[in-house]
Each structure stands twice: as C-alpha cells, then as structure tokens.
Design a binder for this molecule. Structure first.
Ligand SMILES: [Zn+2]
Length: 214
C-alpha cells in the first residue's frame, strides 16, 4: 500500500496494488489517481523500435522531389538544414537540425536504452538519468511542426513546380502518430519502480505500480 494525494482534491488515500490494466479513482472526487498499463515495457518497446526504423528512413530517404522547367531536385531533412546553413541561415539551420533530427533521435535512443534495461529488474541507476534526458528531449521533437511547414510550402510552390512526396515524407507522417502512441503506452512510474536504489538495494516490489511521476 502506498499513500498518495489526489492531484485534484488533495485527499490523502492508500493506493492498493493495481492489477495490470487497472485504474484507481479518488473516493471523493472520482479523479483517476493511478493507472496501471497492462504491458508497461514490451508495448512501448515495440513502438519505440518501429519509431527507430522510421526515423532512419525519415532521415535518409528524400522528403520530396521538385521538378520545374526540366530541372529536378530532391532533399532529405539533414540536406535541407545543410542548404539553409550554406545560404547563411545558420541559426534556422541549427534549430531545424535540433528539432527535426537531434531531439527525436535522442528521445528514441534514450527510450530504447531505458526500456531494454528495465526488462530485467533491478535496472541500473543510469536508467533514471536516461529517463530524465528522454523527458527533456521529448518536447523538442517537432516533426508535426515541420510537417505542417512542408505542407504549406508544398501548396505554395505546387503551381510553379511538380512536387512529388518522397518515402521520407511518409516516414515522418507515421512518426508524428507514433510519438504520442509511445507516450500513451509508457508509464514513467513503472520504470522508476524497477530502478535499483542508490544504496544498492533492489526495488522492494519489482514491477509494482506507482503513482510517482504521474
Ligand atoms: Zn480527489
């Protein structure tokens, strides 16, 4: 049993161990105080591996190709940022590279390391640090903003040139949907429960539920 305060009405209450997939509601205001995801490691792990494959495709395959008056050009995300750098837009190029390449890659790689490490509890302490880093990278992953920008640009230049979306564009589109799916299927509290304590002790209840971090 764990004592928690309801985030909505502050009622202190004992939280029993929830069954996988179970939810606990506050007895006073019916707010959902804790949820236990049915498969807190393997489900997000499968989604993260899929995201990693799509991320590699999104960064190596052309985003789109343009044809106008007999000339043809295509570019990738990194290629686009590099072009900006060459044209003297260094700050914009760095922001694009960070939000479209570095932050999403960092988030996926840190999540992958965390999820692989916690499959066999107790997880080493560095898992906690990586989890914090992943949390830092997540808000900076802005594929959906980039996607919107590209769509607006496409509509504007569609009259002047023939535009063909590349494989990279479809990969980015799928990533836009995968990132929220990973977040929904992932429970940081479950991970913290599996991390080895600072004094070298193993967690008391590996795989037990936790409202911490929620
Ligand atoms: Zn309440």
């Amino acid at each position: 049993m764990e004592t928690i305060a309801c985030p909505d009405c502050d009622l202190l209450q004992q939280l029993p161990e929830l069954p996988p997939g179970g939810k606990a509601r506050c007895p006073r205001c019916a707010y959902t105080v804790a949820t236990r995801i049915a498969d807190p490691v393997d489900h997000p792990l499968a989604l993260t591996i899929t995201a990693l494959i799509l991320l590699i495709i999104a960064n190596t395959a052309p985003l789109m190709s343009l044809s106008a008056v007999g000339r043809h050009a295509s570019t990738t995300i990194v290629g686009g940022a590099y072009e900006m750098w060459l044209k003297g837009e260094e700050v914009t190029a760095l922001i694009v590279a960070f939000c479209a390449v570095i932050a999403p890659s960092g988030y996926i790689l840190f999540m992958l390391a965390v999820l692989l490490a916690v499959r066999r509890p107790p997880a080493p302490q560095w898992v906690g640090e990586l989890l914090r880093l992943a949390d830092f990278m997540r808000p900076w992953s802005m594929h959906e903003v980039m996607m919107l920008g590209i769509l607006v640009a496409l509509i504007k230049i569609a009259e002047l040139a023939t535009v063909n979306p590349g494989i990279g564009m479809y990969a980015v589109g799928l990533l836009v949907m995968l990132f929220p799916a990973i977040m929904v299927s992932f429970d940081p509290g479950e991970i913290w429960q599996r991390v080895e304590w600072a004094d070298g002790e193993a967690p008391a209840r590996a795989g037990a539920t936790g409202a911490e971090g929620a």
